[in-house]
Write a protein that binds this ligand. Structure first.
Ligand code: 4AD
Length: 565
């Protein structure tokens, strides 16, 4: 008897005491006096029901838990355990269902592998076409290859593919067995395929590109694009970080907006060439590797040319000037390079520079020529139906600029900035003789909201070669064309045609005249009044197509810190 009592006492004495402090405890605690828990429920859950709970609610210290509180905690524990069990059962059920689904899919895929499509040899031979030819090819059996731009699966027996080949978009409809093959079930966007079938006009009310669709009778996979995390649509999203999108520029270019920009760009370039052709200019192709500067040493990209210092050209202007005596008015479209330190939305390190040079003309003639170029090129692209549609797609509110452009002198621009309270960052006004930077220039242009030919800049803020105005030699026969939303898109001037004046200008700018001997010679061997301009193609496009930055108008933009891909 004594030993039974002793055993019971020993058992009682080993009942664990768990400390609960409802104010300062934590359910992460161990339950000792120095690390109390916060709630009786968690104490029971962690230490089991065979414990003694002492609880502290206020300053008075630990007391045994009341019978009612213990009962309540045990009831809560039971409920909690029931809930957990239910959750666990549901989880298991879901896992089993998912496993079953995967197994079924795997089986379906295995079955699909055995389905092999064959061409129906009784059908007419398919003629290979590009999508742009599809309207003319309606009713005939054709073969079209391209990329899966969009994919919509409708039930087990129907798939819609919007096919893209760069020349257009074509809806293709696949039915029955054509949708059951392994390649059909696993088809992804950006995969390449070849489809065979007949293009039929769509009935009223149904919509697809060019209002027709290709009813596929046979198709082949050419190259499968990845799915899952690597899938095109998860990689290229419009809300992605700009730098990530630039790293993936090769994929971004496949998008409808980019494609529209570069289609329009190609047409705009064609229109520039057509304009010059119609006005009797000759196109020339000057070198990109040079040993002279045009627009100041600060933005020169220098490189080692067989042991000599050379530069990537900033402008082909000086070379164009040398062509006047033999070819007459000339133009070139070449890449220009600027080591711009500025990270702005209109500066590139490499840009497409359209430049023209004309002989025997006045400054006023040149301004007229620039206005003619801009307006005629806009007229040409707007008259070309597909390009007009691209412009409407990208810039729905675009209105061709009205002639004549506003002609404004630099001095008046300085006054305009002051009158309209457009200030420097430090709160002061721009003074005559200072360069007008991008922000105030754009503020002014946006406010005026029409093209401006900004003329007669002071000589000290312009390039060495600019002709001085005869009525005021402190200013030059120079012009910047400013467009709303972008700012400067063209820079031009008349050129000094007096040799001695040019030699003085080299001296003033600290330029060694010797590498410029060929440029100086133009003034020696029959000089003439002449002038020209350079137009930044990406800036022109940013204006026309309403792009936020010139980067969007360059295939693979180069700017500070980016030379890839
Ligand atoms: O005003 P700029 O520097 O003039 C010249 O280079 C002259 N030599 C051209 C000439 O008279 N033949 O540049 C002309 C145009 C600018 O108006 C602008 O549109 C573009 O070239 N441009 C740039 N575009 C993109 N990124 C840059 N970093 C640019 N710098 C100039």
């Amino acid at each position: 008897m004594a030993s039974i009592i002793a055993q019971a006492t020993e058992k009682l004495s080993i009942v664990e005491t768990v400390y609960v402090d409802e104010v300062a405890g934590s359910d992460e605690g161990t339950g000792t006096e120095t690390s109390p828990m916060k709630t009786p429920l968690k104490a029971l859950e962690k230490h089991g029901e065979n414990i003694k709970i002492v609880i502290k609610k206020d300053e008075e210290g630990y007391k045994d838990i009341s019978g009612a509180a213990l009962k309540k905690a045990k009831k809560s524990l039971l409920e909690h355990q029931r809930k957990l069990k239910k959750q666990e059962e549901q989880k298991q059920k879901l896992e089993e269902e998912l496993k079953k689904k995967h197994e079924e899919e795997a089986k379906a895929l295995e079955r699909a592998k055995s389905i092999v499509l064959t061409q129906d040899t009784s059908l007419p031979k398919a003629e290979k076409i590009k999508i742009r030819q599809s309207t003319d090819s309606r009713g005939k059996r054709v073969k079209v290859s391209g990329w899966v731009h969009r994919l919509r699966v409708q039930g087990k027996d129907m798939m819609f593919v919007i096919l893209r080949d760069g020349s257009g978009f074509l809806q293709c409809v696949l039915t029955g067995e054509l949708c059951h093959t392994f390649d059909a079930i696993t088809l992804t966007t950006e995969s390449t395929i070849t489809v065979y079938g007949v293009i039929n006009a769509l009935p009223e009310g149904k919509k697809a590109p060019d209002n027709h669709e290709l009813v596929v009778d046979y198709w082949e996979l050419v190259g499968k694009a990845p799915d899952g995390d690597e899938a095109f649509n998860s990689k290229v999203t419009t809300d992605a970080d700009p730098s990530y999108l630039l790293d993936n520029r090769h994929l971004v270019l496949r998008g409808e907006t980019s494609a529209a920009v570069f289609k329009a760009r190609a047409e705009v370039i064609k229109a520039f060439r057509a304009h010059y052709e119609s006005r009797g200019y000759t196109e020339v192709t000057p070198p990109c590797m040079v040993q002279t500067q045009v627009e100041g040493g600060a933005t020169l990209f220098e490189f080692n040319y067989y042991g000599e210092t050379a530069y990537l050209t900033q402008s082909s202007q000086l070379y164009l000037e040398t062509c006047l005596p033999s070819l007459g008015d000339v133009f070139s479209l070449a890449e220009s390079y600027r080591a711009e330190k500025s990270h702005t939305r209109r500066h590139l390190s490499e840009y497409s520079h359209l430049e023209a040079e004309m002989a025997f003309l006045t400054f006023e003639d040149m301004l007229d020529n620039i206005e003619d170029l801009v307006c005629d090129v806009i007229d040409r692209v707007m008259a070309h139906e597909p390009t007009r549609k691209l412009i409407e797609q990208l810039n729905p509110t675009f209105q061709p600029p009205a002639r004549p452009f506003l002609r404004m002198n630099y001095a008046d621009a300085i006054k305009y900035l002051k009158d309209n309270d457009i200030k420097k960052e430090d709160g002061s006004y721009y003074q005559y003789g200072e360069d007008i930077p991008e922000a105030p220039e754009r503020a002014m242009t946006d406010k005026i909201n029409r093209p401006i030919l900004l003329c007669r800049f002071p000589a000290n803020i312009k390039a060495f070669y600019m002709q001085k105005c005869s009525d005021d030699p402190s200013v030059t026969e120079s012009v910047d064309v400013l467009m709303p939303n972008v700012g400067e898109i063209v820079g031009g001037s008349m050129r000094m045609n007096d040799m001695n004046e040019l030699l003085e200008a080299y001296k003033r700018e600290g330029i060694d005249p010797s590498p410029y001997y060929w440029y100086t010679d133009q003034r020696k061997y029959g000089t003439c009044p002449h002038g020209g301009y350079g137009l930044g193609v990406e800036r022109f496009l940013a204006w026309l197509l309403n792009r936020h930055t010139v980067r969007d108008c360059s295939l693979y933009p180069r700017f500070t810190g980016r030379c890839t891909p």
